[in-house]
Ligand binder design. Structure first.
Ligand code: F6R
Length: 604
């Protein structure tokens, strides 16, 4: 996700902006830039790739005395990660940085082009600076022009703008994307997307609320609400601990990442949904022409999302889909035919086994696609095509938001392929697109649910094991629930298809065996319920997760009523993640860095 920094003061603004961007690296980015106004002159630098490239470009650049500056790390949404698309974007005498998406940029751009404005980039952001300069011509002040510009743009934004017509002012506006301003007693002002860049530099910070806009000067911080009412900043003391600041008040990164799922999934969906079709610019005819089968290959959690995809692809797109554990596929001398699209799924894009299978598929002449969270990773560079999941940096070793965004991509992709194959009616596609838009709501963590699980977790700290059971797509979800629990609690847990229990595992059933039963109302409810009843009859301790009350359960975790099983999937996914988290915390384990595990498994 993009990151923003800003500085106004007498210190070395170049260093402050660059070090601020460094602190925002964790958000993920593919290019970066800064613009500084000092002694009546703007200097701006941009570079693609890591910050070191920008540092290299600014080596000779010196800042001394009073200046104002803005900086940005860009995570591409509109337009490729190129230098021209990197922020800050320039008008004739102003620069802007922006995080978010300007939804009405196309119409504003059209009008500006008709007025004779030349655009240098493919981004939505560039309209802000040109619209501002257009308004400046007819406004009494730069602030009036900025205010008018903000009222004209729609969408999500955190934005900073600097202009030669006000050499000691930074204009800001926030709606939907995070931003805060920090102060100290040296009359400096600092802006950032999160508080880490401000630690050690500011004493007090004001977190902007949606709709806030205004400006800072050396002596002033002026904020207006979206109703144009002036308001006092609400300062809070800034933490001095960087790690805890990055966690935004959550106890662990994993917890933060579970809570973030709603907003990152909104990013995953961004620009990919129309009313009646799913758009994937990344999947062109050349890639899909002549394909009769899809083979999905991955490890761990990514394998579970692939397994989920195999149900959706066959059901909705009517395309034969097989899945493979990468470490197995590598050595079993598999038959690979050229009418197969080979898809690897990886959060990191670096997992050694998965990467190797991608190389094998390429060597066999197959078309390849990677579903990945990390741009420019080895798999992204190697595959013919790439769909980025846009989950942002995942720090917790146990994957949560990466899985959620992978499944979101796969659900979208199943509809994309369904349309291409004429496998679903347009009406069905339209109604499923509406459901896709509801995922961010389904994964919002409900406080009451979290409290309930926290209380309940104390009953699940011992026993001789857990079975997570589900049918259909709830089977991969059961596998994922079991994996989460074992990774961070070190308790033995297995995922099973509900219908398989009676073929052996049911022999283990007794009160010390915990069964976590996934009972979706909208998919094979009666069948899954009978399987759970069989376990209940043998005295297994049952914890049921469902929107339908189930009286044979010892514990029951309700989810909201949903209209479709995939929304139930997402609701239950969050319950399972919180369940593992709370058990691990009660056991006193290191949730973010569980023993024996690494975030990126780059060895076989
Ligand atoms: C589990 C987990 C691992 C990874 C696996 C593959 O929480 O994170 O199982 O899913 O190591 O990693 P990626 O997706 O990076 O290829």
């Amino acid at each position: 996700m993009c990151g923003i920094v800003g500085y106004l003061g007498k210190k070395n603004s170049k260093e402050i902006l660059l070090s601020g961007l460094k602190e925002l690296e964790y958000r993920g980015y593919d290019s970066a830039g800064i613009a500084v106004l000092q002694n009546d002159k703007f200097d701006s630098f941009k570079a693609i790739g890591k910050l070191i490239n920008l540092e290299e470009k600014t080596k000779e650049f010196v800042t001394q005395g009073f200046s104002i500056g803005i900086g940005h790390t860009r995570w591409a949404t509109h337009g490729k990660p190129t230098e021209l698309n990197a922020h800050p974007h320039v008008g004739s005498e102003s620069y802007v940085v922006h995080n978010g998406i300007i939804e009405n940029y196309a119409e504003l751009k059209k009008e500006l082009i008709a007025d004779g404005v030349t655009f240098l980039s493919q981004t939505d952001t560039e309209v802000i600076v040109h619209q501002f300069e257009k308004n400046l011509k007819t406004s009494t002040s730069a602030f009036e022009a900025f205010k008018k510009t903000i009222s004209e743009i729609q969408g999500a934004y955190a934005t900073l703008l600097v202009t030669k017509s006000e050499k000691e002012t930074i204009f800001f506006a926030k709606n939907g994307s995070p931003m805060l301003v920090g102060i100290n007693d040296e009359n400096e002002k600092y802006f950032a997307s999160s508080d880490t860049p401000l630690i050690g530099k500011c004493t007090d910070v004001n977190y902007f609320e949606d709709g806030d806009y205004g400006y800072v000067t050396p002596d002033e911080l002026t904020i207006f609400t979206n109703e144009d009412v002036k308001k006092e900043p609400l300062f809070t003391k800034l933490s001095t601990n960087k790690l805890s600041a990055q966690k935004d008040g959550y106890r662990f990164f994993m917890e933060k990442e579970i809570y973030e799922q709603s907003s990152v999934i909104a990013d995953t969906l961004l620009g990919r949904l129309c009313d009646d079709e799913v758009l994937f610019d990344e999947l062109d005819d050349a890639l899909l022409e002549g394909i009769n089968e899809i083979k999905l290959c991955a490890c761990g959690t990514s394998y579970h999302s692939a397994l989920t995809a195999s149900y959706l692809f066959e059901r909705y797109a009517k395309i034969k889909t097989t899945i493979e554990v990468a470490s197995e596929f590598r050595y079993r001398q598999p038959i690979m035919t050229k009418d197969t699209l080979f898809v690897v799924i990886s959060q990191s894009g670096e997992t050694a086994d998965t990467l190797e299978t991608l190389k094998m598929a390429k060597a066999a002449g197959l078309k390849t696609l990677v579903i990945c969270n990390v741009d420019n990773s080895s798999m992204v560079r190697l595959a013919d095509a790439c769909v980025l999941t846009r989950a942002g940096v995942e720090k917790g070793v146990a994957s949560t938001k990466a899985f959620a965004t992978q499944v979101t991509v796969f659900w979208m992709m199943s509809l994309y392929l369904a349309k291409r194959n004429n496998a679903l009616s347009s009406q069905d596609i339209v109604s499923q697109i509406k459901l896709l838009r509801e995922i961010p709501k389904s994964v919002k963590v409900d406080d009451e649910m979290h409290e309930r699980i926290k209380r309940l977790s104390k009953r699940y700290l011992h026993g001789h094991g857990f079975f997570f059971i589900g049918r259909d797509v709830f089977y991969p979800l059961a596998l994922e629930g079991a994996l989460k629990l074992k990774e961070i609690s070190y308790l033995h847990a297995e995922g099973y298809p509900s219908g398989e229990m009676k073929h052996g595992p049911i022999a283990l059933a007794d009160p010390e065996l915990f069964t976590i039963a996934l009972l979706p109302q909208h998919l094979l409810y009666e069948k899954a319920k009978s399987n759970v009843e069989e376990l209940s009859a043998r005295d297994s301790t049952i914890c049921a997760i469902s929107s339908v009350n189930f009286d044979k359960a010892d514990d029951f975790i309700p989810i909201k009523k949903c209209s479709h099983y995939m929304l139930e999937f997402f609701e239950m996914m969050v319950v399972l993640q919180v369940f593992s988290l709370e058990i691990s915390i009660r056991l006193g384990n290191d949730v973010d860095m569980p023993r024996n595990l690494a975030k990126s498994v780059t060895v076989e």
